[in-house]
Design a binder for this molecule. Structure first.
Ligand SMILES: Cc1ncc(COP(=O)(O)O)c(C=O)c1O
Length: 439
């Protein structure tokens, strides 16, 4: 039976490990419900006490092919017994992965640099954009999340992750993103005709010294609360960059490898980035990331100017190749599009019924539920959002801790292989939880 809760929560073993964590680990990580994961398969997680949960997290939108997919596991096991690191010496898996990424991404992207983390891909994109253009300014967006190293934090647009870490890297110009539910310009789409895009020219006029190298954006903003660009926003943003000779750097660390219902989110808009940052789902659990780009840009880096000890190691590269093969063979992108639509319909229906469900936003299996005190005031309700996540856990559904500017967005992101019945069971748990908390 799934879910199957057989102990009080957290159970005795889980409590033991949570206490150990509190004693031996820093408190800096995000605060999740006290589920201590032991093993997982597909979209089902078992904790150390034998409780079985439905997974609506995929880690944090990582395990796109499902936890421990047999083909993925086989690739890792086989490679682990053969070769795990070869540094910058060429290894067959690294170059095959680079070739594969070039084949499956946009036509203009013809080289791929294999790395380990999303933040590393973002750092590398900005370094190469600066080197290629000889300019240094980067335009980025309020609400953006690009990672936690200094440059990736600096292009991030949420103050929380930057607090008390001292000055950020200079040269970043921030602009409002298209957060239509809480438009910073207090306008309504489509009547606004994208005031937020027109603001970019004002930004250039007032803030830039004329040295803009590139613009970096997520395809949809994840950590800010699953903020999805409406209409042709992305096409117009892309054109805006093109017209001004500004490199368009797309951070698809989270939105790629089928997550939004296409292999890459940019396919929804028919646009081509100059540089594309990939991570999370590419390794589906192994630490892999990549910067895919135009060779005229990437080749601005001379030998020795950028590399990474673990980047492109054969173990992770082979795992990534296996994950991509699974996504292709099992048609996970199109399946995700269909299942995401069905789930979103259910959440839309719930939105009509429950006052606290202010907004439902989604692309494929990256769905956000914005929780408010009431629909009229739209006042964020972070306390209620936390209670929903905690109570869903008690009912056997794992959700990531609340996200969003105000900590009032629930993220729905199961592995892409989740069977429909299990997905609907998870939706049912969310509805039961919201229902029980609605006064
Ligand atoms: C859009 C985006 N970019 C970059 C990152 C950073 O990736 P990593 O944690 O692998 O460094 C994340 C992680 O959540 C992300 O969502």
């Amino acid at each position: 039976m799934i879910p199957n809760i057989i102990t009080e929560l957290p159970g005795p073993e889980a409590r033991k490990y949570v206490e150990m964590s509190q004693k031996y680990e820093p408190r800096s990580m995000s605060e999740q419900v006290p589920a201590v994961w032991q093993r997982a398969e597909g979209a089902v997680v078992e904790d150390v006490d034998g409780n079985v949960f439905i997974d609506f997290t995929s880690g944090v939108l990582v395990t796109n092919v499902g936890h421990c997919h047999p083909k993925h596991v086989r690739a890792v096991q086989t490679q682990a017994a053969e070769l795990m690191n070869a540094y910058d010496f060429v290894n067959p898996w690294r170059v095959q992965l680079a070739k594969k990424l070039v084949e499956i991404t946009a036509d203009n992207l013809d080289k791929a640099f294999i790395l380990s983390t999303g933040a590393e891909a973002v750092e590398s994109a900005i370094k190469v954009a600066r080197r290629f253009t000889g300019k240094y300014e980067i335009i980025a967006f309020h609400g953006a999340f690009h990672g936690r190293t200094y440059m990736s934090m600096s292009v991030g647009g949420k103050s929380g992750i930057k607090k008390h870490f001292g000055p950020m890297v200079p040269g970043i110009l921030h602009a409002p993103f298209c957060y239509c539910y809480r438009c910073p310009f207090d306008q309504t789409y489509p009547d606004c005709d994208f005031t937020c895009l027109r603001y970019l020219d004002w930004l250039l006029e007032t803030e830039s010294t004329g040295s803009v190298a590139g613009l970096i954006t997520e395809s949809y903003q994840g950590a800010a609360g699953s903020i999805i660009p409406p209409g042709d926003y992305m096409q117009r943003l892309r054109e805006w960059c093109e017209e001004r000779g500004i490199l368009f750097i797309l951070d698809e660390v989270q939105s790629s490898f089928g997550r939004t219902g296409k292999m890459f989110a940019y396919e929804h808009w028919g646009i081509e980035p100059n540089l594309l940052c990939l991570g999370k789902g590419i390794g589906s659990g192994l630490p892999v990331s990549a910067l895919v780009g135009e060779s005229r840009i990437l080749d601005a880096l001379e030998p020795g100017s950028m590399s990474s000890t673990n980047g492109g190691n054969p173990l992770c590269a082979r795992a990534a190749l296996a994950a991509i093969e699974i996504i292709e063979d099992e048609h996970l992108a199109s399946r995700t599009g269909k299942l995401g639509r069905v789930m979103t319909e259910q959440f839309d229906r719930m939105k009509e019924k429950y006052e606290m469900l202010g907004d439902v936003r989604g692309m494929g299996l990256a769905i956000g539920l914005e929780i408010v005190k009431d629909k009229k005031s739209k006042a964020p309700d972070p306390e209620m959002t936390k209670r929903i996540v905690q109570q869903a856990y008690r009912r056997g559904l794992l959700l990531i801790a609340p996200i969003g500017f105000h900590g009032n967005v629930i993220r729905i992101a199961p592995p892409l292989v989740i069977p429909s019945e299990l997905a609907m069971k998870g939706v049912g748990i969310i509805e039961d939880t919201i229902n029980s908390l609605s006064s």
